[in-house]
Design a protein around this ligand. Structure first.
Ligand code: SF4
Length: 303
C-alpha cells in the first residue's frame, strides 16, 4: 500500500475502533504526523490516564504501552511494533530490586518510568525525566534507591542535597553513546549555539551543557531562547517538532549516535495492522497492575 493510502486506512480504522494514537517524540516523522498526541513519556502517561477512547495505539516502546494499560485497564492498549523494547528498562528486574530493598530497608524506591510493571510494583513512586527532581523532593525518606538510570539519578542527586541517593547502574544505550570529544568538536563548529542536553547523557557531557532537561523541557527551551543555533543532546526524533515549531532556527544533533533503534521500529504499516487486526495487545497481571498503579498515581499527584 502507498503511504497516502495507508494513512487514509489508519484514519478510517481509528474512527471505527474508537482509537487514539499516542506517539513518543522519538518516533519517526510519519508516525508523529498521524498521531493524535505527541509527547514525552510523562505527557503521554497523562493522556493515557484521561482518554475516553476505547483503544490506545501506543507508538513507543513496551514499557510506555504497559504504563498506559496500568493507568487505563478498561482500554485495549496496542503496541504496533511488538518487539520495540527499552534496553534500559531491562537492566532492572523485580527480583534484583527486592534484593536491593532488603539491603537498604530504610530507603524509599523511586523508579523511573522506563521500567517494567513488575519493577514499578516494587517502587514507592515513579518519575519521569520531567518531574524526577520534584518526585525525589516529595519523598520523606532520607535514603532513596533510584532505578534504573544512573545518569538521571546523579543529575537529581546534585540538585537534591539532603537525600542519600543509592543509584542503580542502568543506562540508556542511546544517550550514553555521546562522547565528550564529540561535544567539544560540535561546540567549536558552532560557537554561538546553545547546547541542550538530556540528563540520560553521561555526567561529563551534562557538565558541558547550557541547559539540562527532559525531552519536553528541551523542546520548550528551544522555543523560548533567542539563539538561532541550537545543538540538541537527545534522541534525533525531536528534531521533527523542533524544525516544525522553529522554522527560523537551525538545529544540530549533538552526536550521530543519538538514534534509538527501538523507537524507530514503528512504521505506518505496523499502526495499520495493529488497528486492522487489533494486534499486539498489552496485558498486565491484575495484582502487579494494582501495585504498579499506586506508584504511577503517586507520581501523577506531584504535577
Ligand atoms: S532512548 Fe534510551 S531510554 Fe528511551 S527507549 Fe531508547 S534505549 Fe530506552
Amino acid at each position: 500500500m502507498e503511504q497516502k493510502q495507508l494513512i487514509d486506512e489508519i484514519v478510517k480504522l481509528k474512527k471505527e475502533r474508537d482509537a487514539i494514537i499516542l506517539a513518543h517524540n522519538y518516533q519517526v516523522p510519519e508516525i508523529q504526523e498521524i498521531a493524535d498526541v505527541v509527547g514525552d513519556s510523562f505527557a503521554l502517561s497523562k493522556h493515557a490516564a484521561n482518554t475516553s477512547h476505547r483503544v490506545i495505539v501506543f507508538c513507543g516502546v513496551h514499557f510506555m504501552a504497559e504504563s498506559a494499560k496500568i493507568l487505563s485497564p478498561d482500554k485495549t492498549v496496542l503496541l504496533p511494533a511488538r518487539d520495540a523494547g527499552c534496553p534500559m528498562a531491562e537492566m532492572v528486574t523485580a527480583d534484583r530490586l527486592r534484593e536491593m530493598k532488603a539491603k537498604y530497608p530504610e530507603a524509599a524506591v523511586v523508579c523511573y518510568v522506563n521500567s517494567s510493571a513488575e519493577v514499578k510494583a516494587e517502587a514507592d513512586i515513579c518519575c519521569t525525566s520531567s518531574n524526577a527532581v520534584k518526585v525525589v523532593e516529595s519523598v520523606k525518606n532520607k535514603q532513596i534507591i533510584f532505578a534504573p538510570d544512573q545518569n538521571l539519578g546523579s543529575y537529581i542527586a546534585k540538585q537534591v542535597k539532603d537525600k542519600e541517593m543509592i543509584l542503580w547502574k542502568g543506562f540508556c544505550i542511546t544517550h550514553k553513546r555521546v562522547r565528550v570529544d564529540e561535544v567539544k568538536k560540535i561546540k567549536e563548529l558552532h560557537p554561538n549555539a546553545k547546547l541542550l542536553v538530556h540528563p540520560e547523557c553521561e555526567p561529563e557531557v551534562q557538565a558541558l551543557a547550557d541547559f539540562l532537561g527532559s525531552t519536553s523541557e528541551i523542546i520548550k527551551q528551544a522555543r523560548e531562547i533567542p539563539e538561532k543555533d541550537i545543538i540538541i543532546g537527545t534522541e534525533e526524533g525531536v528534531l521533527h517538532i523542533l524544525k516544525k515549531e522553529n522554522p527560523d532556527k537551525k538545529f544540530y544533533l549533538l552526536s550521530p549516535g543519538l538514534v534509538c533503534q527501538n523507537m524507530k521500529k514503528t512504521r505506518l504499516q505496523d499502526v495499520y495492522l495493529a488497528l486492522l487486526n487489533m494486534q499486539h495487545e498489552i496485558t498486565v497481571e491484575e495484582d502487579i497492575r494494582q501495585k504498579a498503579l499506586k506508584s504511577l498515581e503517586e507520581m501523577l499527584k506531584i504535577n
